[in-house]
Design a protein around this ligand. Structure first.
Ligand SMILES: Nc1ncnc2c1ncn2[C@@H]1O[C@H](COP(=O)(O)OP(=O)(O)O)[C@@H](O)[C@H]1O
Ligand SMILES: [Mg+2]
Length: 320
C-alpha cells in the first residue's frame, strides 16, 4: 500500500474535496482498493462517503480511527482492531447500463470525542514521550497494508501539531492543494516547513507528489495568474511539489459541493455525483486521477523537497 497525504495547514482549500474525488475515481474507474484516512474530526470526507445514520451507528459500535489510535498508544494495536474500525462505503443501488457505479471505499474516521480525549492525553505527555507516538498512524496503516492499494490521508487544519506530524509520518507522497488566493498561497512556506520538519523529528522523508490548484473561480483573473506564477517559481526551487497541469485543476463548480457535501445514498454512480461523463468537471477529475496514478509510478528516491531560505519574502514579492 502507498499513502498520499492531502495536506495544507489552512482550511477551505479543498483537501477533503480532493480526497473524495480521488477516492471515487481511483476506486470506481481504476479498480484501486482505497482507504480514506480522515484525520479531521470535522469529518468532511467521511460524511461525503458514508451516510450519517451509518456513521453514527459505527461510532456507537466504537469503530473509529480515534479508538484504534488510543489502543495503539497503550501498546494494544491488532490487525483485527483496525479491520473492525474501517467503515465500508458500498454502492446502494444497481446503476443503469453504461454508468459507472461508485465502488467500495474503506474509511477510517476520526470520532470527535475520541479525538479530543486522545489530543488531551498526548498534550499532557512529556515532549520526548510524545515524539515516540508520532509513528502511531503509520503502524495502524501497516496492519492493513495488504488489504488496500492506496491510503488517502485527509488532514485537518493544523490545530494540533501532534496530529499533523503523526499524519505526515504516515505519508509517503504529499499532494498540496492550493486555491488562487493570496492568504492560501502566501502561507505555503509554513506548510512546506511542516513537511521538512517531519524529517528532522522522525527521520521520515515525505516525497513530493504534486501541487494542485483547486476551487478556481476564474482562470483569467489576476489572482489566479499571480498564484500560478508564484507556485511555478516555487516548483523550480523544489520548495513545493511539482504543479499538476492545468487540464486537471479543479474548477469552482456547484457539482463539487453536491459531491462532497452529501452522503452517497441517492448518488450511486460517478455521473450522478459529478455530472455527465463528457462534462468539463467530470473530464477534469478523470484526468487528475490518471495523472496521480502516473506520478505515483514515477516518483523516485531522488525526488525531494528543498529547504529554501527566505521563502516567505520570495512569495510575498509576487503580490507586490
Ligand atoms: N471545486 C469546488 N467547487 C465549489 N465548491 C467546492 C469545491 N471544492 C470544495 N468546495 C467547497 O469548499 C468548501 C471547502 O472545501 P473542503 O474540501 O472542505 O476544504 P478543506 O478540507 O481544505 O477544509 C466546502 O464547503 C466544499 O463544499
Ligand atoms: Mg477538510
Amino acid at each position: 500500500m502507498q499513502s498520499v497525504g492531502v495536506f495544507h495547514t489552512k482550511g477551505g482549500v479543498g483537501k477533503s474535496a480532493v480526497t473524495v474525488f480521488l477516492a471515487d475515481f481511483l476506486s470506481s474507474l481504476h479498480e484501486r482498493r482505497i482507504l480514506v484516512v480522515d484525520l479531521d474530526p470535522q469529518g468532511s470526507s467521511t460524511r461525503a462517503l458514508i451516510p450519517e445514520p451509518r456513521l453514527k451507528e459505527a461510532f456507537d459500535e466504537g469503530r473509529s480511527l480515534s479508538k484504534v489510535l488510543a489502543a495503539t498508544s497503550k501498546g494494544k494495536l491488532t490487525r483485527k482492531a483496525v479491520e473492525h474500525a474501517i467503515i465500508h462505503r458500498t454502492p446502494t443501488s444497481k446503476p443503469r447500463r453504461g454508468s459507472v457505479p461508485l465502488a467500495e471505499v474503506g474509511v477510517l474516521a476520526t470520532e470527535p470525542r475520541g479525538y479530543r480525549s486522545l489530543a488531551d492525553v498526548m498534550g499532557e505527555l512529556p515532549k520526548a514521550e510524545r515524539k515516540k507516538h508520532l509513528c502511531m498512524l503509520r503502524k495502524v496503516l501497516d496492519e492493513v497494508a495488504d488489504d488496500f492499494d492506496l491510503a488517502l490521508i485527509d488532514f485537518p487544519g493544523s490545530e494540533l501539531p501532534f496530529w499533523t506530524f503523526m499524519g505526515l509520518r504516515a505519508t509517503d507522497f504529499w499532494l498540496l492543494p492550493e486555491i488562487p488566493d493570496y492568504f492560501s498561497a502566501a502561507a505555503v512556506d509554513l506548510v512546506t516547513d511542516s513537511v521538512l520538519q517531519t524529517r528532522v523529528l522522525t527521520g521520515h522523508a515525505v516525497k513530493p507528489l504534486g501541487t494542485l490548484l483547486t476551487i478556481c473561480p476564474n482562470r483569467s483573473s489576476t489572482v489566479y495568474k499571480k498564484t500560478r506564477t508564484a507556485l511555478a517559481h516555487l516548483e523550480t526551487l523544489a520548495a513545493i511539489p511539482p504543479l499538476f497541469p492545468k487540464d486537471c485543476e479543479i474548477l469552482h463548480r456547484p457539482d463539487a459541493q453536491k459531491a462532497i457535501d452529501w452522503g452517497t445514498e441517492q448518488l450511486s454512480t460517478l455521473s450522478q455525483r459529478y455530472g455527465a461523463a463528457s462534462s468539463p468537471f467530470h473530464v477534469g477529475l478523470r484526468k487528475l486521477a490518471k495523472h496521480v496514478l502516473t506520478r505515483l509510478g514515477d516518483v523516485s528516491d531522488r525526488d525531494q523537497l528543498s529547504f529554501v531560505a527566505d521563502l516567505r519574502r520570495k512569495l510575498t514579492d509576487y503580490w507586490r
